[in-house]
Ligand binder design. Structure first.
Ligand code: SF4
Length: 698
């Protein structure tokens, strides 16, 4: 519970997927001193600008303090009863698929676990999806195709032990700053070579040895070309054709792809491509880090597999300083997918479509039959609200009316829903304004639980101050509603430690079915053990101490035990029509998501204070746009008004705008409203990096 004693409390940062350890020390004046935890293996004491400013985001100002029903202050008893009754009534009348939860990578694993248990196990629908769909769903799908499981093979230390680090679609310096600092420190010591592959010249690209400003979406072609080059020059691992399923087919496709004007398709010079291929082929210790530029694409899953193919074919995986590495955006995107937060997965990396898996989960939870197929994924979920298929919706800790593609449509869809519940720390978000019932959630520093970072490391978040007003932790809000719906015994938890114990015990099923997610070594933790839990990388088998690298033994989670190469066709790139430009949306260094937390820290506005649009000088000149002009960007029937930043850091024909500013912080800068709802056909992840838009001077 809250310390309040002045002793430092060990916790984990609220922001990105690096998952830095934080020491939070309550101060006599009510403030909190924040420092990096020198003993945490993700950051060894470092923090970035956002993490350092966490203390300035605490406090009761702007917080939602009480449950609100139709805007009126209420009690937990009444609000819980109303939410339970409306969900139960909707299910009784229209069936379990008429309700949905949209949750968040900001939730703790324990919150996520009970939300998923309620929806999939007790309501009997798979309509629970998460904003992590926007973040790494393509990586999940790519991992499952290649490894048979959603397993991140390596660890952060691999970036320090590599001789070549390739950063694809990742502005690591701004989006995962402490991991970038670790890489830079390692470069000082061992002379690591760094290649950045990104259409945009980012700060990360500035600090690289080679920057390939490739045409948006051409990553599959580039990595197919690399695979062909590796085979052609004799760099495949000995016996790879037999050891890797499907490699012969992938090589054949890559060969035909590489023959057809690779440089032109990628928008690069032959010299640039040759330099990259030579670096990769000539270096044993290669780590390929990839992020949203890969995942948020119409062909995101294929891009992921094009990268994984190269590592599998050369055996550069599961060994020190080698491997593909998906870095996740959110503090608990990983934990969410571990407990079934995605509409297409069961808890513990079990499969919804597998009858034996479903039966085992049903038995473990003592619940009714589980849904047999995937529920609605993020974009589809809000379309289903608009069409009337989903009639009762609960949004937890996220702001889809700003962050989803076609955000104005999403806002209208939420408004159209018969009954919408939003649980959050504030009432001042574009989404919270649409709620019929608003539930005050405890925030960072006020609640206990676990998160998993990008290297599979589970760390504790710990409370160090009381929640204001009537705010409660999400797990408790969810369990109270579940009990009010009549699902008592399954949700009678005495605290997050009890939820974690149930979850860790459940991973015995993963172990039984030969899956990757094994926490049975933590299953016996009592409250004291949970409170004392030190950061640990799963799998954690009984008596085990955690696992830094996977697949070093060549054993994978596919039926054959062999990894799979996937033959991925590059496909035609999107050619904008009628003078349209391609809008790339992304993060800036000092803000987070839709700014509901980071916007509270004045210090974080000093880096970049207002929304902007990067435009190439040729595109600006063609439209009579000068530096710092105000411009209008339009798409999907919506517009945004932004300040022009004329720069050759973006490619001609492309634009970049940060996605942070919502109606709460700027008049007209909701850039995700302009983005078409195109998505990857395998993962359902939206293409937030290349949306056709039109541009004019105001
Ligand atoms: Fe927090 Fe990420 Fe910064 Fe670490 S790098 S302090 S986890 S925002």
């Amino acid at each position: 519970g809250p310390a309040g004693t002045g002793a430092p409390v060990r916790t984990t940062c609220a922001y990105c997927g690096v998952g830095c350890g934080v020491l939070a020390t309550p101060e006599a004046d009510g403030g909190t001193a924040i420092a990096g935890d020198p003993d945490h293996p993700a950051n060894f004491g470092r923090l970035c600008s956002k993490g350092s400013a966490l203390g300035a985001t605490l406090g009761a100002e702007g917080r939602l303090l009480d449950p609100l029903i139709a805007g009126q202050r209420s009690s937990w008893v009444d609000a819980t009863a109303l939410v339970a009754a409306r969900f139960a009534d909707t299910i009784a009348r229209h069936g379990p698929d008429s309700v949905a939860f949209y949750v968040s990578g900001q939730l703790l694993t324990e919150d996520y676990y009970v939300a998923n248990k309620l929806m999939k196990g007790f309501i009997g629908s798979a309509n629970i999806d998460t904003n992590s769909r926007l973040c790494m769903a393509s990586s999940v799908a790519g991992h499952k195709r290649a490894f048979g499981s959603d397993t991140v093979p390596g660890c952060y230390e691999d970036l320090e032990e590599a001789d070549l680090v390739v950063l694809v679609g990742s502005n690591l310096a701004w989006c995962h700053p402490v991991l970038h600092q670790r890489l830079m420190a390692a470069r000082d010591k061992r002379g690591t070579r760094i290649v950045t592959i990104d259409p945009r010249r980012t700060v990360t690209a500035d600090q690289s040895d080679l920057h390939l400003a490739l045409r948006p979406g051409s990553d599959t072609s580039l990595f197919n070309g690399l695979l062909h080059h590796l085979a052609d020059r004799g760099h495949l691992a000995a016996g790879a054709i037999d050891a890797v399923e499907g490699l012969a087919d992938a090589l054949a496709l890559a060969a035909s792809d590489a023959a057809a004007g690779l440089a032109e398709r990628c928008g690069l010079s032959t010299g640039e491509i040759a330099a990259f291929f030579a670096e990769w082929a000539g270096t044993e210790r290669v780590v390929t880090v990839y992020s949203q530029g890969v995942n948020q694409a119409r062909n995101g899953t294929d891009k992921v597999n094009a990268i994984l193919n190269c590592h599998l074919a050369t055996g550069r995986i599961g060994r020190v300083g080698m491997g593909p590495f998906s870095v996740t955006g959110q503090p608990n995107a990983m934990g969410g997918r571990e407990v079934g937060g995605l509409a297409n997965m069961l808890a513990c990396h079990l499969d919804l479509e597998n009858a034996a898996h479903r039966a085992a989960v049903q038995d473990y939870w003592s619940c009714g039959p589980l849904p047999q197929s995937a529920g609605l994924k993020a974009v589809d979920l809000f379309d289903a609200c608009a069409s009337g298929q989903v009639r009762a919706l609960w949004i937890m800790g996220t702001n889809p009316a700003v962050s989803l593609p076609r955000a104005d449509h999403v806002r209208d869809a939420i408004a159209a829903c018969d009954f919408t519940v939003v649980s959050d720390v504030t009432a001042d978000t574009d989404t919270a304004e649409l709620a019929d019932v608003l539930l005050p959630a405890a925030g960072w520093g006020e609640k206990d639980g676990t998160v998993t970072n990008s290297e599979r490391r589970i760390s504790r978040q710990r409370a160090f101050c009381p929640a204001p007003g009537q705010a409660r932790p999400d797990w408790q809000i969810i369990c109270d509603v579940a009990r009010a719906m009549g699902f008592g015994a399954g949700f009678d938890f005495g605290g997050p430690h009890a939820i974690f114990a149930e979850y860790a015990g459940m991973t015995a099923l993963s172990r039984r079915f030969g899956r990757d997610l094994d926490l049975t070594g933590l299953a016996g933790l009592d409250r004291a053990g949970y409170d004392a839990l030190r950061p640990v990388q799963w799998p954690v088998a009984p008596g085990g101490a955690g696992t830094d690298r996977m697949f070093g033994d060549g054993d994978y989670f596919t039926p054959s035990g062999r990894p799979r190469a996937v033959a991925v066709a590059a496909g035609p790139e999107l050619e904008p029509q009628g003078g349209a430009l391609l809008l790339n949306t992304g993060r800036i260094r000092d803000q987070w998501h839709t700014m509901t937390r980071s916007g509270q820290a004045e210090v974080l506005t000093r880096h970049i204070a207002e929304p902007f649009l990067e435009i190439h000088p040729e595109d600006a000149a063609r439209r009579g746009i000068g530096p710092a002009d105000i411009v209008t960007v339009s798409g999907q029937g919506s517009t945004a008004t932004l300040r022009a930043l004329v720069t050759s850091r973006v490619r001609p024909g492309t634009l970049f705008a940060p996605m942070h500013w919502s109606g709460q912080f700027a008049a007209d800068a909701r850039v995700d409203a302009l983005v078409a709802p195109d998505r990857d056909p395998v993962s359902g992840q939206p293409a937030l990096k290349s949306a056709p838009v039109h541009l004019s001077k105001c």
